[in-house]
Design a protein around this ligand. Structure first.
Ligand code: ADE
Length: 240
């Protein structure tokens, strides 16, 4: 996968995108990340990228010219790649979720546009296939949001997670929160691992895990239960 990022603060990516699993994906040539500072494309003699909003109001807006020209340069470099998705980071976008990460992971090229200041000149949004928000809060810019989305996407690429790390029971991949897990020792300072996990009966273990995942989701995130289909057995487990 190729990821292009347009940002006024490219250094923000230099540490986080080169550590741990994302860093390893780059080392293993499963991922290539290019960060472009769109200030370098400003046609303004002071290299400005923002201006006051028409109609008045507080703050500054990112102007279209530097971002359009940076995108044209990126397209030129990536001629051999499919266009993929262009994601603009904006608190007014659709809230990011696991389904979006799965969709992003099926592309071979993603471009993230990170805004700063008060927002974007609306015409910049014509470049984007998706307007996405990390959540209902305002960050100082789109960089941290882009990094979170890249992290969630890259771990889904084939070959990125080793078998030991890969988790088909991941929270959200089943639509439920993850069931509780335990490792050794079986007794830690008097806190016991549930007996069912120690007896090697895989059917009973699977049932216990499903029940715990259902109960946990009902308790902490009941909204998630509206989005999935539960069967009769699930309702029985919840009533036990
Ligand atoms: N830029 C500022 N706040 C943001 C948010 N919540 N999501 C995405 N981009 C942002």
């Amino acid at each position: 996968m190729k990821i292009d990022i347009l940002s006024l603060f490219p250094d923000m990516f230099s540490g986080p995108m080169h550590e741990s699993i994302v860093g390893k994906a780059i080392e293993d040539h499963l991922l290539d990340i290019d960060v472009t500072n769109f200030r370098d494309y400003s046609s303004n003699k002071h290299n400005n990228v923002d201006d006051y909003p028409y109609g008045g109001g507080a703050g500054m807006l990112l102007q279209p010219q530097p971002i359009f020209d940076a995108m044209a340069a990126i397209d030129e470099t990536n001629q051999q790649l499919p266009k993929g998705r262009v994601i603009i980071l904006d608190p007014g976008g659709k809230p990011f979720n696991q389904k979006m990460a799965e969709n992003f992971a099926s592309e071979s090229h993603l471009t993230f546009i990170c805004g700063h200041y008060e927002g974007y000149d609306e015409r910049i949004k014509t470049l984007a296939t998706d307007e996405v928000s990390l959540g209902d809060y305002v960050l100082t810019g789109g960089e941290l949001a882009a990094m979170v989305m890249i992290d969630a996407t890259v771990r889904l690429l084939p070959g990125v997670l080793g078998n030991e790390e890969s988790a088909p029971g991941d929270s959200f991949s089943t639509g439920l929160l993850e069931y509780p897990q335990y490792s050794r020792p079986a007794d830690f300072r008097g806190m016991q691992v549930p007996e069912v996990l120690l007896n090697g009966n895989h059917q009973l273990i699977a049932q216990w895990r499903r029940k715990q995942a259902l109960k946990r989701t009902l308790q902490k995130r009941p909204d998630l239960l509206d989005k999935i289909k539960l069967d009769r057995k699930d309702f029985e487990l919840l009533e036990e």
